[in-house]
Design a binder for this molecule. Structure first.
Ligand code: ADP
Ligand code: MG
Length: 671
């Protein structure tokens, strides 16, 4: 039967006895056979015929049926890459693009980056020879800038369409438009079994091709009462071949707890492999989850919602679902974006449960009540376009010459206020003129693959003659809070090491200091180790920095240093982020424009200092609205960099003197 075939083929094991295969034997097994065992395989000819017949086709299939890895190969085998034409396949997540490309390269026995490659922001693993190109949806969007009709592609697959990321939604509109005059372009919209009617409807009633799934029954269990500490529950469940969904910041702790528990049980239980998977996990670590479990051992995958649909891990029998996800939310009145932990949608919960039934009947333990499932969860997740800042996308669309955004063909239009606010912000940044047209500055800003504020900061560094430093800061900011390493057993050492990097002025300058010292160490791993700095993050920062520096030529910014003067650097930051200004008044910080109460993050170098004026890089909502990465500024600079946005009246009391240090608030209280 195909169950045991599937199991032995991929070398994964359930608790039931299946013949053991060594990894070497498995390797020998023909990849072609594995490919033939996938649910999509029997439909290969029908699918190709349907693609031949229709320009736009919606493809619906259970996660793991082979859409992402197989369809591009079928198309290649069918001649769609003749004459060097490319097949592009978009993924909402970087990890998925990389991992799937690696898998397909392996199946085709080619080196990754040759015929099969991937392209994600700040990392291009493709070459002249690449014909199957996996990429993030954001990267394809940027390709419109250099090739507005995507002329080098014969097929575009918009994969994981059900995720409805902002970039995927914009791609829908753009691709639908170019398909009208590029009759030779095939468009495939691939999705898990969700929402496919809507896609069909949007694409002028494009036919839906359904790949019947092989799903085994999954028993669902709920808790009787509300659970407050679900990490502990995850452990009590004694998983085997299990996948549990938690938030990224909890993964490490969850894995540690599991391992600790196993150590204590010693030989009383069978070997348990504990494997994490999340977006920023280094790729060699990611590859581990796909390795076959050794005979007799069991595997627990601790995952974020990345394993919900974009990655398929074979052999999962149990799923533990705490029922949460982290979601971006956007306040279109204040322009504030924050990440909040919320209950996931029922659709998400069902996808998660579905992961338990791929190779055999499974069980899903929901760590919430049946009542909560019914009454506290939304039916589906709200598309990202309706809960995010649109600055980036609006700038991109404007540079593509799309001026009338109100009438853009959105599948679900963004809220009107959000669009208006994005236009206002771009105007304030100087990217648009008062008619809403792209300025020369805006055109240069769009060349950089970063958010408009960061883009503006980099461009402003030209005027303030500190591009060398600002590039470093931009790179360090984009590796996002993973620079400092703080292992639980060495908290004191780690915090001391961190203190040693503190320089006056704020976190941006601390990051600059870390990077500069690392460069002086000769990019040393040892140096990172000694200073509790994550080497991987630093290496990534260096890659990002190199890429950005490479683009400086294109936007004609000379790379020069401010020679140790940090005022120009802080002014450049202000020129980009003047929207994010907070002022200290009685009681605490308030944002200048909207009087919203915000707090300096306890990890910040300015946590105790409390300068009168500061600019934050981002806001995160955990227990409160915390400002992460803050820098001290003088209010006068705001008038200098954004005279059309700030009035001097708003900035009264502009002395930059520090307030007396506040008493009685400890890190613990705020943390
Ligand atoms: P879909 O896109 O329909 O969800 P995929 O094409 O991603 O399905 O997956 C098809 C099969 O390929 C799955 O059984 C999965 O286990 C396997 N697979 C996908 N990526 C990898 C990988 N990186 N390593 C090993 N197996 C993989
Ligand atoms: Mg897929």
């Amino acid at each position: 039967d195909f169950v045991s075939t599937a199991i032995t083929m991929k070398g994964t094991r359930t608790e039931k006895d299946t013949p053991a295969l060594s990894q070497a034997e498995l390797k020998k097994q023909s990849m072609q056979e594995v490919r033939r065992s996938l649910p999509i395989f029997p439909y290969r000819e029908d699918l190709l015929a349907a693609i031949h017949e229709h320009q736009i086709l919606v493809i619906e299939g259970e996660t793991g049926s082979g859409k992402t890895t197989q369809i591009p190969q079928y198309l290649l085998e069918d001649g769609y890459t003749k004459g060097g034409m490319k097949i592009g396949c978009t993924q909402p997540r970087r990890v998925a693009a990389m991992s799937v490309a690696a898998r397909v390269a392996e199946e085709m026995s080619v080196k990754l980056g040759n015929e099969v490659g991937y392209s994600i922001r700040f990392e291009d693993c493709t070459s002249e020879r690449t014909v199957l190109k996996y990429m993030t949806d954001g990267m394809l969007l940027r390709e419109f800038l250099t090739e507005p009709d995507l002329a080098s592609y014969s097929v575009i697959i918009i994969d994981e369409a059900h995720e409805r990321t902002l970039h995927t939604d914009i791609l829908f509109g753009l691709i639908k438009d170019i398909a009208r005059f590029r009759s030779d372009l095939k468009v495939l919209v691939a999705s898990a079994t969700l929402d496919t009617e809507r896609f069909s409807c949007f694409f002028d009633d494009a036919p839906v091709f359904r790949i019947p799934g092989r799903r085994f029954p999954v028993d669902i269990y709920y808790t009787k009462n509300k659970i407050y500490c679900y990490k502990e529950q995850v452990l009590i469940m004694h998983p085997s071949s299990c996948c549990t969904f938690v938030l990224q910041e909890e993964i490490e702790a969850c894995c540690e707890l599991l391992q600790e528990r196993c150590r204590r049980l010693g030989s009383k239980i069978a070997e348990l492999l504990v494997l994490p998977i999340y977006a920023n996990l280094p790729s060699d670590m990611q590859a581990k989850i796909f390795n076959p479990t050794p005979p007799g051992a069991r595997k627990v995958v601790v995952a974020t919602n990345i394993a919900e649909t974009s990655l398929t891990i074979d052999g999962i029998i149990y799923v533990i679902d705490p029922g949460f996800c982290k979601q971006k939310s956007y306040n279109a009145r204040t322009g504030m974006e924050s990440l909040i932990v919320t209950p996931c949608s029922r659709a998400s919960a069902n996808q998660r449960a579905g992961r338990a039934g791929r190779v055999a009947a499974g069980k899903c333990f929901r760590l919430y009540t049946a009542w909560a499932f019914k009454h506290e969860m939304e039916e589906t997740t709200v598309p990202e376009i309706q809960r995010t800042n649109l600055g980036n996308v609006v700038l991109l669309l404007k540079s593509l010459g799309i001026n009338d955004l109100i009438h853009f063909d959105f599948m679900d239009p963004p809220p009107h206020e959000t669009l208006v606010l994005a236009l206002e912000q771009l105007y304030a940044l100087g990217a648009l003129n008062h008619l809403g047209e792209l300025t020369k500055l805006g055109r240069r800003m769009a060349e950089l693959p970063v958010d408009p504020m960061l883009s503006k900061m980099i461009l402003a560094s030209e005027q303030y003659k500190c591009s060398e430093e600002v590039l470093t800061i931009a790179a360090m900011l984009s590796v996002n809070n993973s620079i400092f390493y703080r292992p639980k057993d060495k908290v004191v050492h780690a915090d001391n090491a961190r203190m040693n990097f503190v320089v006056p002025g704020g976190d941006h300058l601390v990051l600059l200091n870390v990077y500069t010292q690392w460069v002086e160490s000769g990019y040393s791993t040892q140096w990172c180790y000694e200073n509790f700095i994550q080497f991987r993050s630093m290496r990534r920062a260096r890659d990002v920095r190199d890429q950005l520096e490479g683009l400086m030529d294109r936007i004609e910014v000379e790379v020069v240093s401010s020679q140790g003067d940090n005022i120009p650097i802080r002014k450049a930051v202000t020129a980009g982020y003047f929207y994010h200004t907070a002022r200290l008044s009685k009681g605490g910080y308030k944002t200048v424009k909207h009087q919203q109460t915000v707090y300096v993050h306890p990890n910040s170098s300015l946590f105790e200092e409390q300068p009168r004026w500061l600019i934050y890089h981002e806001l995160v909502f955990t227990t409160k609205e915390f400002m992460r990465q803050v820098i001290e500024i003088e209010s006068g600079w705001l008038l200098e960099v954004a005279p059309h946005y700030y009035k001097s009246k708003e900035l009264e009391d502009s002395s930059s003197k520090k307030m007396p240090r506040k008493q009685g608030k400890t890190k613990e209280e705020l943390g």
